[in-house]
Design a binder for this molecule. Sequence first.
Ligand SMILES: Cc1ncc(COP(=O)(O)O)c(C=O)c1O
Length: 482
Amino acid sequence: MAEVKFFYGDNVPLEMHKVRIVQKLDLVPVERRLEAINEAGNNTFLLKNSDIFLDMLTDSGVNAMSDRQLAAMMEADDSYAGSATFTKLENKIKEIFGMEYFLPAHQGRACENIISQAYVKPGDIIPMNYHFTTSKAHITLNGGLVEEIIIDEGLNTTSDYPFKGNMDIAKLRALINKHGAEKIAYVRLETGTNLIGGQPHSLENMQEIRKVCDEFGILLVLDASLLADNLYFIKTREEKCKDMSIREITRAIADLSDIIYFSARKLGCARGGGICTRNKDIYMKLRELITLYEGFLTYGGMSVREIEAITVGLEETMDENMINQGPQFIAYMCNKLNESGVPVITPPGGLGCHLNAMEFVDHIPQSQYPAGALASALYIVSGVRGMERGTISEQREDDGNEHFANMELLRLAMPRRVFTLSQVNYAIDRIRWLYDNRKLIGGITFVEEPKVLRFFFGKLAPVSDWQTKLVEKFKADFGDSL
Ligand SMILES: Cc1ncc(COP(=O)(O)O)c(C=O)c1O
């Protein structure tokens, strides 16, 4: 979206694309929504798409693709080995990241599996700005320990600090000094830090991390799944980078990394993933695991059509007018909610708008999952599906005790180029109504709780009849409106 100034009234984010294919949506009545969320065990992952109006669960694999991506998919060269389609992607990676070697994988967590198996030994420490669910799960499965060393400001829910995803360099040094460099498998930097509200790191912070890694001979692994948003924030918030092109910023980030991996369900607006490096030894170490778990080296579990789409998607990511759509829509939503007093994470980040459930429903104790309860309530009153990013997304301690999350967030992801501004305005309206009626929301409790990644298929139930009361108030205020 271009920086276009409106002459009368509010500046609104203006799309630099037009819609040419659409999908019909339904908004089922509130009574059905109440039924549906309970059939789904109050877990928005288990809702059926036919019951959902605006799907703000994630941006993973659901960003709108461009006409060029779709056209490229028709040209895919479908061969098991030596596919010309794969060579195109490999060349695009070389051009953009300056990295010689590329290993394809079917999605982001597959890359995490491979990297963790190759580098994490029992007892190893993996410092990172902040964990992502699947990244932590793979490290833990291999016996490693995740140490989160995000700057203190990162966990401050309301702030105007531009780079809340930065790593605390003093804490990084302290960790290395405490455990010894040989115990550190690698340092992981997550760009556009997912679980703390899509918050970016700065290029300067990455340069400082690199210096420490060089000093101690430690690998720096970049999780670039949310790179597109982070590039936009570096360009617009980091004074020293304002005259750099998106391509130059990307290259500067890549030059600081030993390994880059990404989910192409996010980066590149397609479906797939991959690991890049310029180091042949690293490549050789990871190569066998790719063929063992993912597929041959020229497809790695992806369809060749998706590989074509990723190649074009990565090129399109170098266009500021493309990557700014998400952050600008998110800023619009966050700012409108903030102005109405609704507690959201600030400054607005990438990925989505994050409601701060700890404040929104401050009467619900963390043991009754405020963010999960808020996700359930919002679905009932709007048909909008968000994702709990709080204690339910954590895993219990080994002794069975609950591990309370640092933040209780309801993430409302903004799939790129998918929703219109009137749909975003609808979501804002229902969230404001819910905030005015927040005392009606109650807690939820597990009735089925898987041990690993419980947020995906765990089932919960309300602790009282609060959902029925919420529907009664909704009917009283909205009458026959859906
Ligand atoms: C930062 C980050 N890393 C890794 C992943 C895992 O990627 P995938 O869902 O493709 O397995 C995600 C997905 O949301 C992510 O946001």
